[in-house]
Design a binder for this molecule. Structure first.
Ligand code: CA
Length: 417
């Protein structure tokens, strides 16, 4: 039987009672605090505590989810169970209803304080496409690719919440036929549609975390847009990997979907051949059936299927800590661009427009090899939830603003060409 809330939830809402994602919100003149999304409302957890016997109530008055995320899995379960009870049993309606705030009235903030940020490269289709574009004379996958989830450390301080404008970055870039690099605004600004994992429970320095302990450490899941300046990236990335081509902004969705809400979305990932080393093997794999949608200025341009990812989030966690690197509450790691096998399942314009050679055609007649100033890119995703319902992630959206500074202004003309 489908569990229903006494809170009215519109059909196809991202936020039925089977979801209950956590976020940080505020209303005008009030401090940011924690809430969960339900239908068209946010349930204000900071006010609910005293009235409704919510455990760990004091954690929810904080301006980030970190205090609650640090409590660990038993606490996450207890609060979720109590919230489900409060929102489905009409006996609690009188106590709970005063703490429902219309979502239309709130501002959503970055939901957690980001400790370290790591970005992986776990889609075989994406890695193969990028290999074909950037290294056409070599095999598409590097020799290490099927032995370990490749990743790099990103810039935690520039992880921003959905809605934050993205200023076109300036930097060095060198055309393949140019002798020397020039400086100016990126002319190949791109997106990467990704899924991010938020760590709650820390670990001890020197002790690896096993893939089997994934759900003890990871609190929840968000959508990620890893904005990427392909021209800056192409010139700088050898031999140490991405740097300024990535670090100017990484956008995340404001609602953290609890891992527990994704139990029904678990699927077997694609077969792994060769078999990975023992520390990367898991008895209970964590493939996730998330259907992602990429829209440019409101028009869907791609539908990347997360279930096709070669490496799972549990394997990424095991790899990230196998050298004894410790986890901190607020650590955040992203999957890498999600691309499926089909051309309309690619999670970046680099792939959708095949490095500018086949620009994406939009309904208004314009084309996009890469992003133009003023473009708004929005990612959404849904997943199977409990009781056969679909749950959603809300959205992560960002609009490109022109480059700033003298070099930025000088570069505008060039970018228009
Ligand atoms: Ca990325």
């Amino acid at each position: 039987m489908t569990t229903r809330s006494w809170v009215p939830v519109p059909e196809h809402s991202d936020f039925p009672v089977q979801n209950l994602p956590y976020g940080i919100f505020s209303r005008a003149g009030e401090p940011p605090r924690a809430g969960v999304a339900i239908g068209e409302y946010v349930l204000d957890l900071s006010r609910l505590g005293a009235d409704a016997g919510l455990p760990y109530a004091a954690d929810f008055t904080a301006p980030t989810l970190n205090p609650f995320m640090a409590r660990g899995r038993e606490a996450w379960r207890a609060v979720r169970a109590r919230l489900t009870e409060l929102l489905t049993d009409g006996a609690h309606r009188a106590a709970v209803e005063p703490h429902l705030v219309p979502r239309a009235e709130v501002t959503l903030h970055l939901p957690f304080e980001v400790a370290d940020y790591v970005d992986f490269y776990a889609s075989e289709h994406h890695a193969s496409n990028v290999g074909r574009v950037f290294r056409p004379t070599q095999p598409p996958l590097t020799p290490n690719w099927k032995h370990l989830p490749i990743g790099y450390h990103g810039r935690a301080g520039t992880v921003v919440v959905s809605g934050t404008p993205v200023v076109r970055p300036c930097g060095q870039r060198k055309a393949p036929d140019a002798e020397v690099p020039g400086f100016g605004p990126s002319v190949r600004l791109d997106i990467e549609a990704e899924v991010g994992f938020v760590v709650g429970t820390p670990s001890e320095l020197g002790s690896p975390v096993s893939a089997a302990d994934f759900a003890d450490h990871v609190f929840g899941v968000v959508l990620v847009n890893d904005w990427s300046a392909r021209d800056i990236q192409a010139w700088e990335y050898v031999p140490l990997g991405p740097f300024l081509g990535k670090s100017f902004a990484t956008s995340v969705s404001p609602w953290v979907v609890p891992l527990e809400a994704l139990e029904a979305a678990r699927v077997a990932p694609p077969a792994q051949d060769p078999e990975p080393l023992p520390y990367l093997r898991t008895d209970e794999p964590w493939g996730l059936d998330l259907a992602i949608e990429v829209a440019c200025n409101g028009e869907v341009v791609s539908r990347p299927p997360f279930r096709t990812m070669y490496w799972t989030a549990a394997q990424m966690l095991a790899h990230m800590t196998v050298n004894g690197a410790s986890l901190r509450t607020g650590d955040f790691y992203a999957s890498g661009t999600v691309s499926g096998p089909e051309p309309d399942q690619r999670g970046s314009f680099l792939e959708l427009g095949w490095n500018g050679t086949e620009p994406v055609k939009l309904a208004d007649g314009s084309t996009r090899a890469f992003l133009a100033d003023g473009d708004t890119v929005t990612l959404r995703a849904t997943a199977p939830g409990r009781d056969g319902v679909r749950i959603g992630f809300g959205e992560v959206s960002g609009t490109v603003e022109p480059a700033r500074g003298a070099a930025g202004s000088a570069g505008q003309a060039e970018q228009q060409e």
